[in-house]
Design a protein around this ligand. Structure first.
Ligand code: SF4
Length: 304
């Protein structure tokens, strides 16, 4: 059997993360995304290769005994972790052994319309769900979703989940050139996200070799898309690989003007501001003209 546990991996956001792979032997997913970093595979709506809870818990216990300084346990899969049939029970067991360690799941969001999935995820400390598409057409084309999945159920499920969950809920949107980066899709996603009010919205693009021949957006294109989102949404540009530094000098007024359009993350500031501007930003912070607010573990600079 391939390894159930991976890491610990060091993440700036969460600290030391221990990963659990609920489908270590093969890809089991109800999507077959064009951008998937795993090989293409036929979609499934349930696992047929199921690792017993006891085997997973033993592996987690061994890993926690070996690594005493884990900050977060991240539940993932070669595929979609919420298709694991005993997810609720597994999370109960993890919660009973984890102590102060936080828990996080990375899900494609497709099953959130299912009450059992919502109840299971509600027991975690952080939930990250993907949402690339606002239409069924896009869901079929980009995420190549299993038959029967539809955007209305997914969106309603997200709203129902948000109504019972007051811990960090992060929505991840992955953009693929000429597939889901059009204004119509982004505006529809924006309208939905304004209703959903997630803790943070992560916008990224392809940064690993994809399963199919599709193209990433560059940083300027990502920024262009981000500017279409409502400024009230804490949008974080995830993809750094294509970013490159393009630092510039901003006056105090320009800094304030930029932040009034949209809060900027520390990563954005590294990419956009030169050293002088960063010093001015510090001065503005010290004089309370701007403030730092954390959304789901990421610091944003914004106006008070
Ligand atoms: S949801 Fe994740 S694992 Fe499934 S096909 Fe898409 S990228 Fe791959």
């Amino acid at each position: 059997m391939s390894s159930i546990i991976f890491g610990p991996l060091l993440s700036r956001r969460f600290g030391k993360s221990l990963g659990i792979d609920l489908s270590p032997n093969k890809k089991q997913c109800n999507f077959d995304c064009l951008y998937c970093e795993l090989k293409p595979a036929k979609t499934v709506d349930k696992y047929d290769d199921i690792i017993p809870i006891e085997t997973i818990i033993n592996a987690v216990e061994d890993a926690l005994a070996e690594h005493k300084d884990i900050d977060v346990i991240t539940i993932t899969a070669n595929g979609e972790p919420t298709l694991y049939p005993y997810l609720g029970k597994l999370i109960n067991r993890i919660n009973s052994i984890k102590g102060d360690i936080k828990t996080l799941i990375l899900s494609n969001g497709s099953t959130i319309g299912d009450l059992n999935v919502r109840e299971a995820l509600a027991k975690l400390d952080m939930v990250k769900l993907s949402l690339d598409c606002a239409t069924d057409k896009c869901l079929k084309k980009l995420d190549r979703a299993h038959d029967g999945l539809n955007i209305a159920d997914i969106m309603q499920g997200m709203l129902d989940f948000k109504a019972i969950y007051d811990k960090p809920l992060i929505i991840e949107v992955l953009l693929v050139k000429s597939i889901n980066d059009d204004v119509k899709n982004i505006e529809a996603l924006n309208d939905f996200l304004i209703k959903l009010k997630p803790t943070r919205v992560d916008i990224g693009t392809i940064d690993r070799p994809p399963a199919y021949k599709v193209e990433a957006l560059n940083y300027d294109e990502l920024k262009g898309v981000v500017s279409l989102f409502d400024p009230s949404l804490p949008v974080y540009i995830v993809s750094r690989k294509t970013a490159g530094k393009r630092v510039q000098k901003y006056t105090n007024d320009e800094i304030l003007q930029t932040l009034s359009n949209r809060p900027l993350s520390s990563d954005d500031i590294e990419i956009l501001f030169d050293e002088d501007t960063k010093n001015r930003l510090k001065d503005l912070l010290n004089s309370d003209k701007i403030k730092i607010k954390s959304y789901g573990g990421i610091d944003f600079y914004k106006l008070p």
